[in-house]
Design a protein around this ligand. Structure first.
Ligand code: FNR
Length: 368
């Protein structure tokens, strides 16, 4: 018996339901992390090492959770991050996320390896809805150039180049379901033969260029006017390089724990990065985002207090979409919005700009 949607009171509940209703290979692909999944678990638990120092007697009658990301005004500081193969969980695929994002005025990042075609997902936009594109860089740069310029022509407002995946990590749960094809809809957008023996993830990723390097960044800047953001940066030295390279942003991320196991969480990296940027007066030179393990509005608030512009959320919307379709995505986003208003009240912040580092006690987490 499937629990009623109204019985989902937080983002974790969708995962619990999805686990029992999803087809096995789909569940394995969405839920898996790399190797021992230590980083995947750490992503959420890292938030619990940070404590709040709330302010009292602040007028919080009217709370405004809106902010801007890459110049776009959004209702709440999260975006739907790129996750491949939406049709594994829902026959309609990524367009379900497009509809949910539109309803809540948040941004959707379209994955290179979407199940729906890129144009279908663009066509689903309503009004002035904003989408970004996540890019896996092809060994054949002409293909990549076409994808990028087509995206710009279709009105995409940000190009997120994934830099943490020169090779796909080993997701063993995914690999174990390799012979079971039911419900999977694996395609390789590069048109190469698909080798299913390595699980869904590896089957679709053989076109990705492991030689991609800092030397390629000027080329990307020269082929598009879209802001360029590097997704998957994990150390302050690379943030400084990104600023020097002239990109517009970075996502501090370990790919949802699906790449290098025992890499640090985004929130911990953020705590390393921001003090260094402030020390050098560079904090306004680049927009910093994080993703990985964001499940509660308190997680979002902690990231903003430390100096992130916003956070990406992946699996919860996949699970909501797989279990309940659009109503599930809608409810997941509404739950986060409600949590956000409540927790901003409780911490003593009436607007996003009121969220400052002094409202946190980093305690066990890294601080410089
Ligand atoms: C991802 N992620 C991802 N990232 C990327 O750059 N390209 C991709 O194709 C994918 N595909 C993908 C599939 C699935 C099923 C998951 C769960 C994740 C990583 C994603 O963008 C993001 O970094 C994490 O999902 C964030 O962690 P949470 O919110 O899922 O914990």
């Amino acid at each position: 018996q499937m629990p009623q949607l109204e019985a989902c009171y937080n983002l974790m509940d969708f995962e619990t339901v999805a686990r029992y209703v999803m087809k096995k290979p789909a569940w394995a692909y969405y839920s898996s992390g790399a190797d021992d999944e230590i980083t995947m678990r750490e992503n959420h638990s890292a938030f619990h090492k940070i404590w709040f120092r709330p302010k009292v007697l602040v007028d919080v009658e009217n709370v405004d959770t809106s902010t801007t990301m890459l110049g776009t005004k959004v209702d709440i500081p999260f975006y739907v991050t790129a996750t491949a193969l939406g049709k594994l969980g829902n026959p309609e695929g990524e367009v379900v996320l497009t509809r949910g994002a539109e309803k809540h005025n948040v941004i959707q990042m379209i994955p290179t390896l979407a199940s729906c075609s890129f144009d279908e997902i663009c066509d689903e936009r309503k009004g002035d809805q904003v989408q970004w594109l996540q890019l896996y860089v092809n060994k054949d740069r002409e293909i990549t150039k076409k994808i990028v310029q087509h995206a710009e022509a279709r009105g995409i407002k940000g190009l997120f180049i994934t830099v943490d995946a020169p090779q796909l990590g080993r997701r063993e749960k995914d690999m174990r379901t390799k012979f079971d094809d039911t419900g999977s809809n694996v395609q390789n957008t590069s048109g190469e033969n698909v080798d299913r023996s390595q699980g869904a993830a590896r089957a679709i990723s053989s076109f990705i260029d492991p030689s991609l390097s800092w030397k390629d960044i000027p080329w990307f800047l020269s082929i598009t006017k879209m802001p360029i953001i590097l997704k998957g940066v994990q150390r302050v030295e690379d943030v400084l390089k990104a600023i020097e390279a002239g990109v517009h942003g970075v996502v501090l991320s370990n790919h949802g724990g699906r790449q290098l196991d025992t890499a640090r969480s985004g929130i911990e990296i953020l705590a390393e990065v921001m003090p260094v940027l402030r020390e050098r007066g560079l904090q306004d030179k680049i927009e910093i985002y994080i993703d990985g393990g964001v499940r509660r509005a308190t997680d979002i608030i902690k990231a903003l207090c430390l100096g992130a512009k916003g956070v990406g959320i992946g699996r919860p919307f996949l699970f909501a979409m797989s279990a309940y379709g659009l109503p599930g995505v809608d409810r997941a986003m509404q739950l986060l919005k409600d949590e956000m208003v409540m927790n901003m009240r409780l911490i003593g912040a009436a607007k996003v700009e009121d969220l400052t580092p002094d409202m946190l006690d980093l305690n066990g987490a890294r601080s410089h």
